[in-house]
Design a protein around this ligand. Structure first.
Ligand SMILES: [Zn+2]
Length: 212
């Protein structure tokens, strides 16, 4: 017959202090080095934060984002759109997505998308009006290009981090982050954009696999 012996509070708290060793403690660090699991601690004291408070241990700040992520987060929206346009129009000129004629396409400077960094054009061949985003996965989405680029870089440089953490770097919910990744996956344009952005902010010599 198995008899249940509750772990004494003092053992649990002492173990938190032992692993923290006078510094802050993250859940992941305790998971790796604690005698008990963070879940056991949390269950015992009514939450991980409360367990730390009882032990007199400070929660440690999560590690900062990897360098490439920090670099892309410093980009302006204007820089991001400029990079996007070089990938969207690799030949250097705008093509009508309907009739695919490179010329003549006339910019419509009086018309603007919500983001004025994108151009709007009229095709003189078929009279179609379109923007830099027409026919891409980014069409009709309010997400800033800088945010799309950040997701592309995070999926490479931060892929080993929990998705919750990547979402926090971006300041969005995990669900919103997951939705953005789904939109980008399978898009050749997004893949090419990720490659181009990585060439500019990635760490040289440290190739990160690309999932998009
Ligand atoms: Zn056309």
């Amino acid at each position: 017959m198995r008899i249940y012996h509750p772990i004494p509070n003092e053992d649990l708290l002492a173990d938190l202090r032992r692993v923290a060793a006078g510094a802050g403690l993250t859940r992941a660090h305790y998971e790796a080095e604690g005698r008990y699991s963070p879940a056991t601690q949390a269950k015992h004291f009514g939450g991980w934060g409360r367990a730390l408070a009882r032990a007199g241990v400070k929660p440690a700040a999560p590690p900062p984002p990897p360098e490439p992520v920090q670099r892309i987060l410093r980009w302006s929206e204007g820089e991001s759109v400029r990079l996007f346009r070089t990938i969207r129009w690799p030949a250097g000129h705008v093509r009508c997505p309907r009739c695919e004629q490179p010329e003549p396409v006339r910019p419509l400077p009086t018309q603007q998308l919500a983001n004025s960094a994108y151009g709007i054009y009229a095709c003189e061949e078929c009279a179609y009006h379109f923007s830099d985003l027409t026919g891409t996965v980014f069409q009709q989405r309010s997400t800033a290009m800088k945010v799309w680029l950040a997701v592309l870089i995070m999926e490479r440089a931060g892929a080993e981090q929990p998705r919750l953490r990547r979402a926090r770097w971006l300041g969005v919910t995990t669900e919103s982050y997951a939705r953005k990744v789904m939109i980008l996956q399978g898009s050749q344009l997004a893949h090419a954009l990720g490659e181009a952005a990585w060439a500019m902010v990635g760490t040289p010599g440290q190739e990160a696999p690309c999932s998009i």
